[in-house]
Design a protein around this ligand. Structure first.
Ligand SMILES: Nc1ncnc2c1ncn2[C@@H]1O[C@H](COP(=O)(O)OP(=O)(O)O)[C@@H](O)[C@H]1O
Ligand SMILES: [Mg+2]
Length: 424
């Protein structure tokens, strides 16, 4: 007996509201579901195509589609004979040696992914040994060995200290890139993806380590890099040091997809997930639902899909008949209000929950600063600052990108706006 699939009444194989990034060669989340973003795509690709090496950045709020955009860039680049790996690299902020190791590992993965018989070249073999030992090191940080783990008899597993990477890494990286170019690659494209959840201090460290490897790695011919992350973090990393600013293109700051893009996106997903081509899908939600959630989440697709998935699954489990009408706005919103309220109360505790209610009571969509909140809450600034940090960590408030000479603007997140919704 197959397990119950609540989406079957809409003739869908599985949830159309998955939150993962699209992926090359995926049956369920293929890149063909991608919509919009043509200008951004053009710009990223043209910069790669017009230069021997390039350094670009994609910034924006969480859930807008940054990672997915770069997945598509890699796919297009690969079709145009650039070598790339499907996975992305999480930048380390620990030391420039370790970062160099990660870049080397990224280029190595791209080389192996795009050229299956790469093993028999000395440049690749030497890179492979260093990469193995880098991976070993990041797997178990406690290993510490004075000396090189490379060049010996094949596969003995010895971790390489960062100093050795600084010494040997640049040459090996250069050789690897030259190998790729010799084999017909137009270049190698790396996707550095994690400037999202870094603390302020780590973001600064990331800027420092990038500067340190600028000439030995970032500027090499044949290497194209796209850095992805939250707007403030990307700005810090790119602008902190003139040496880095001068070699990066201006960051692309992503805006939300338009509402009609989102309808198209959903339609693509419904179609792709149809159980049977002869039995067309039924729209699971009314358009007004999509419109409202788009508005509440201000284009954060991940937040929006998560709500749709959670809310619909709850509703569908309780549904008695299988008429499969598209779900209406009020049904879904009341489920979501209840769910998010319970989660937030638990997460925030009574005091902070009360403060959030006070803010939402003023206007849930309002932009506040620590000064205005200190008035609303009748608390002094230090207390407000402490509370804001906690609210941000619980995903209840979002800081807008910092503007020069201005206080930081804060917004309640979609989650809070759902939990405090006043609908009839
Ligand atoms: N242009 C797009 N076309 C289709 N789906 C998209 C697009 N951009 C994002 N998505 C979907 O939206 C969700 C969030 O995208 P993601 O790239 O992870 O956002 P970010 O990296 O900005 O946090 C994912 O489920 C992804 O598949
Ligand atoms: Mg992302």
């Amino acid at each position: 007996m197959p397990l119950p699939n609540v989406w079957e009444i809409f003739h869908l194989k599985s949830s159309p509201y998955f939150q993962t990034t699209l992926q090359k060669d995926s049956n369920t989340k293929p890149l063909s579901l991608f919509v919009g973003r043509q200008r951004e795509l053009q710009r990223l690709l043209a910069t790669i195509g017009s230069n021997l090496g390039s350094r670009q950045a994609v910034a924006g709020r969480p859930g807008l589609g940054k990672t997915t955009l770069v997945q598509v860039v890699k796919d297009r680049a690969r079709t145009a004979s650039y070598w790339t790996a499907d996975d992305f690299i999480s930048i380390t902020t620990e030391s420039s040696g370790v970062l160099l190791g990660q870049l080397l590992a990224g280029v190595y993965d791209a080389v192996v992914a795009c050229n299956p018989d790469a093993d028999d070249d000395p440049a690749v073999e030497e890179a492979q040994q260093l990469v193995c030992s880098v991976r070993l090191r990041s797997g178990s940080m406690s290993v510490s060995v004075a000396g090189f783990g490379v060049g010996g008899g094949g596969s003995e597993a010895v971790s390489t200290p960062p100093s050795a990477l600084i010494l040997d890494g640049p040459r090996i990286l250069r050789n690897l890139l030259n190998y790729a170019l010799r084999k017909g690659a137009k270049g190698v494209l790396l996707h550095l993806n994690n400037l999202e959840n870094l603390s302020k201090a780590d973001t600064r460290n990331a800027a420092d380590v990038l500067r340190d490897i600028r000439d030995s790695a970032l500027m090499l011919d044949g290497l194209h890099v796209i850095v992805v992350g939250a707007t403030d973090a990307v700005r810090t990393v790119v602008n902190r040091h003139p040496q880095i600013r001068s070699v990066f293109s201006n960051p692309i700051i992503l805006k939300e997809l338009t509402l009609s893009n989102v309808y198209e996106l959903l339609n693509n997903r419904y179609q792709a997930l149809q159980i049977d081509a002869n039995k067309p899908f039924r729209n699971p939600v009314e358009d007004s639902v999509v419109e409202k959630l788009y508005d509440i989440f201000r284009g954060d697709l991940r937040g929006m899909f998560k709500s749709l998935e959670d809310g619909m699954q709850t509703l569908l489990l309780d549904m008695i008949d299988d008429a499969a009408l598209p779900t209406g706005l009020n049904d879904l919103l009341s489920v979501l209000k209840k769910q998010n309220q319970e989660e937030l109360k638990e997460e925030l505790g009574p005091t902070r929950w009360r403060l959030v209610l006070q803010w939402a009571g003023a206007d849930p969509g309002s932009i506040q600063t620590q000064t205005t909140l200190s008035n609303i809450w009748d608390l002094d600034i230090e207390e407000v600052s402490d509370i804001m940090e906690k609210l941000a960590n619980s995903g209840a408030v979002e800081a807008l990108p910092k503007r020069p000479e201005r206080e930081i603007d804060y917004l309640l997140t979609g989650k809070v706006r759902l939990a405090t919704l006043d609908h009839s």
